[in-house]
Design a protein around this ligand. Structure first.
Ligand code: ADP
Length: 360
């Protein structure tokens, strides 16, 4: 339904989107995930015809957004990060205005009523938008995107600034819209794409570093086995024991100290749960474990983890178990992923080389 090929956008010397290619199939919900400044909004603005690209091609249902922007825009509903609301209009006036603007041919009253039911704004239909809560304003923004019943709906950071209850409601709404529409949403929140999307495209510094089914990214996240452990005992010996444990990929001592307890970051090898073993080892040595906190993954960890998995896939592919998804990765993606991986590896090695002082 959507095809982006070798898209590039330069702002002067700054390359915001650097040779991005991906596809979104009919009925899919795809999330663009990346830190702020990654190039998500720029990609969406090109896709929706708000911005021109420096080079590359974007098509919606086969219509080129650059050569036939009006034709393509008829197929797209767009909710930008700042919803384009006219605050002095009532919801009714605003949706009718959008109906006219889009030259919608659907039967007006039932169409707008249906939209209001879908996004649950019937109770505020006659109210002035300025007086609505942020959650309701976001719903009105989504309603505007649904006018004309477009095949594709694009949401840019749809839950920014909402409270937790509103976030859940908007995510549920997007999920339900995915039954009838093709949806792309951008976010910098991993849980958002995990909750809503079928597939996740991770963008970093204008490049795609992963394009995976959500379940694959979620598996990678679950495989995170990093903990902070607070342990009472001589720091140097404890650290040596942690590093000597089978199943431990990496251990380092942090600067924190709480009485005779020091904090250590411990990472297990993939697929190994070291928590019980850690408990018994420490008990045997007489070192009390006074805290064990699982560390979440940040986006960089996820990039590394996903790239790690893709490297495994490549190895399997070389053994003849070639998989289509692995083959989709471009050399640029591998390069940036490998760069992130090497950086993290180097930092770990440097940290490991800095032996802590024995402060016993
Ligand atoms: P994201 O949506 O992922 O936060 P953006 O697409 O907004 O990222 O921005 C990507 C990069 O392009 C950033 O470095 C940003 O500073 C830059 N950028 C975005 N819009 C403009 C603009 N109008 N002029 C110059 N640079 C821009």
């Amino acid at each position: 339904m959507i095809r982006i090929e070798h898209l590039v956008k330069n702002y002067g010397a700054n390359c915001a989107v650097d040779d991005i290619s991906f596809e979104v199939g009919e009925g899919e919900i795809v999330g663009l995930l990346g830190p702020n400044g990654a190039g998500k909004s720029t990609t969406m603005n090109i896709l929706t015809g708000y911005l021109s690209s420096t080079s590359g091609k974007a098509t919606v249902a086969g219509i080129d957004i650059l050569s036939d922007p009006l034709g393509a825009k008829k197929l797209i509903g767009y909710l930008p990060e700042q919803p384009p609301l006219y605050l002095d209009m009532t919801v009714e006036e605003y949706l009718n205005f959008n109906y006219e603007l889009k030259g919608c041919k659907l039967d007006r009253v039932p169409h707008l009523e249906q939209i209001c039911d879908t996004v649950r704004i019937r109770d505020v239909y006659r109210r002035v938008i300025r007086n609505l809560s942020k959650g309701y304003r976001q719903r009105v923004g989504i309603a505007q995107a649904l006018v004309g019943n477009p095949k594709v709906i694009i949401f840019d950071e749809p839950t920014v600034g909402l409270d937790p209850k509103q976030i859940i409601e908007i995510r549920n709404l997007i999920r339900s819209l995915g039954k009838e529409h093709t949806v792309i949403l951008s976010t910098h929140i991993l849980q958002e794409v995990q909750a809503v999307c079928d597939r996740i495209v991770i963008i970093n510094k204008g490049k795609i570093v992963a394009n995976e089914k959500t379940e694959n990214i979620s598996n990678a996240v679950e495989q995170s086995r990093r903990f902070n452990a607070r342990i009472c005992g001589p720091q140097k010996e404890v650290l040596a024991a942690l590093r000597g444990m089978s199943g431990v990929a990496y251990a380092e001592a942090l600067a924190e100290r709480d009485g005779d307890a020091f904090t250590y970051t411990v990472e297990s090898e993939r697929g190994v749960d070291i928590r019980k073993k850690l408990f018994y080892l420490l008990a045997e040595r007489g070192w009390a474990l006074v805290g064990l906190e699982s560390l979440g993954m940040n986006l960089e960890d996820i990039f590394i983890s996903v790239v790690d998995q893709s490297e495994e896939k490549k190895t399997r592919a070389a053994r003849g178990e070639r998989r289509r998804r692995g083959a989709d990765r471009t050399s640029a993606e591998r390069e940036i992923g490998a760069g992130l991986y090497e950086d993290a590896k180097r930092q770990r090695e440097e940290a490991a080389a800095r032996e802590p002082d024995d402060e016993e």
